[in-house]
Design a protein around this ligand. Structure first.
Ligand SMILES: NC(=O)c1ccc[n+]([C@@H]2O[C@H](COP(=O)([O-])OP(=O)(O)OC[C@H]3O[C@@H](n4cnc5c(N)ncnc54)[C@H](O)[C@@H]3O)[C@@H](O)[C@H]2O)c1
Length: 432
């Protein structure tokens, strides 16, 4: 049973994942008593030992440890209990899409049911999870009203403030990015703004409605996806014309209105490949938004076709993919391009290996890959290398050790082309 604090303002953070735990730990070091709730008992136990279950987020372990020592962060597996102790509830439980790209609300719906059950009159509820516009009020606010019997905007307050941070620098981003805040009414926006000013010490951008705040976060993701798709389209065209896209980008972006992004083998992660569907599934189903998803998801097969053009069929060839994570230096396999590569290389009947220093062998196997250490003798047998995520560790790779390697596909345009070519290995990339 967690005790209610007598002196500090109390916050419940529902969902103690990568983002939720970081928020909880930061709030708990900035003058709040935080009750963190998560359905995962292991997460709760770890936090209650003063330890972070997220291992590669700079500064987080220390924040959790300090908050634990000061008794300002307590975790529970009961959302109802945490919410019942709080004046402010922050919700950061994910909304995902399923295999057919339909919106999957199962986790957050369950959390919202609990929030309704535990809510006390006068509490401010803030959603930070990326949501399809309209959901804070129409789906979740209404559900909380139904379960709690309290009226939104009057007996409880409702705000939305999207989480915009980037993994590996969440604590920094929380301070440096302005917090966009929308509310169901003025009182809700005012309460949420006061909270963030103290809890995060960041700048605020107040917008006129919940929907505007929700829309702004999805729009950020669509912007990135569309611009990466444009870079990919231009990179493919540049290849046809025998022009180096990297040179084009440097030249074009010297003009202040040009912000060409980098082309690459694909877009992965929690955000960019998922949130455009929050618009697509709610009516924006024509035009650049869905097209960009298609273009970016086609880059893995484009890369494979480039390899086949140079060295022929991949049947029985040994292909090593570097990086299971969707991007460099994080342990995040969600929607990683490696998953697309694995699927397509299986169709080609290649022998596929995966290396990623952030994952155990068991984890790589669970994601459908055959693990291969870079110290293993078998790397001498590898026919093709595909760089998917350019982890720090890969900066030191000695390609001389890949004695039979015929081709390296540099999916992130990061490797040294000259060095690779000097070894007699074909260098391929996206756009160069
Ligand atoms: N990861 C990122 O880089 C990132 C960046 C910006 C914004 N976001 C936003 O943050 C959200 C959360 O992301 P994350 O990376 O922290 O996710 P995560 O998968 O690391 O954590 C989610 C947590 O929610 C818990 N959970 C699931 N159902 C629950 C329930 N009913 N009640 C309580 N807890 C429950 C899970 O056990 C898990 O610990 C995302 O959906 C996104 O909207 C994430």
């Amino acid at each position: 049973m967690i005790e209610k604090s007598q002196s500090l303002p109390q916050v419940a953070v529902v969902g103690l994942g990568k983002i939720g735990l970081t928020l909880a730990a930061v709030f708990a070091n900035n003058g709040y008593k935080v009750f963190g709730a998560d359905k995962n008992k292991q997460v709760v136990d770890r936090v209650n030992q003063g330890k972070s279950h997220i291992t590669n987020e700079p500064g987080l372990n220390q924040f959790v440890q300090d908050a634990h020592q000061n008794n300002t962060l307590i975790a529970t597996d009961s959302n109802v209990e945490a919410v019942s102790k709080a004046n402010i509830v922050v919700v950061i439980v994910p909304v995902l899409v399923n295999e057919d790209n339909e919106i999957d609300y199962q986790y957050i719906d369950a959390a919202v049911q609990d929030i309704g059950a535990g809510l006390q009159e006068g509490t401010l509820v803030i959603f930070e999870t990326t949501l399809p516009p309209g959901d804070t009020q129409n789906r979740f606010g209404k559900k909380i009203e139904e379960v709690s019997g309290l009226t939104m905007g009057e007996q409880f307050y409702l705000a939305y403030s999207p989480e915009r941070v980037y993994s590996n620098r969440i604590i920094k981003d929380l301070q440096h990015y302005p917090k966009v805040v929308g509310g169901i009414n003025k009182k809700s926006v005012g309460l949420a703004s006061d909270f963030y000013k103290q809890a995060l010490n960041c700048k605020l951008i107040q917008v006129s409605s919940l929907e505007t705040a929700e829309f702004s976060k999805v729009a950020e993701c669509v912007y990135r996806d569309v611009n990466i798709a444009l870079a990919n389209e231009l990179a493919k065209f540049a290849e046809e014309k025998n022009i180096r896209m990297s040179e084009v980008i440097t030249a074009s972006n010297s003009q202040p209105f040009s912000h060409l992004h980098s082309p690459g083998i694909g877009v992965g992660g929690h955000c960019i490949p998922i949130y455009p569907y929050f618009f697509v599934n709610k009516g924006l189903d024509q035009g650049l938004t869905p097209l960009s998803r298609e273009i970016n998801d086609s880059m893995a097969s484009y890369a494979i076709s480039k390899i086949e053009k140079r060295i022929g069929s991949l049947e029985n060839k040994k292909v090593l993919i570097l990086g299971l994570s969707y991007r460099e230096d994080v342990k995040e396999p969600t929607k990683s391009t490696t998953l697309l590569l694995l699927e397509q290389l299986r169709h080609k009947q290649a022998n596929i290996f995966v290396n990623d220093p952030h994952f155990t062998e068991g984890e790589i196997i669970n994601h459908g890959g055959l693990p291969l250490s870079l110290d293993d003798k078998l790397i001498e047998e590898v026919d093709v290398l595909i760089l998917q995520a350019f982890h720090e560790e890969y900066k030191e790779i000695n390609f001389k050790d890949f004695t039979k390697c015929k081709l390296i596909l540099d999916g992130r345009n990061k490797l040294n082309e000259e060095e690779i070519s000097r070894l007699g290995i074909i260098y391929e990339s996206i756009g160069n």
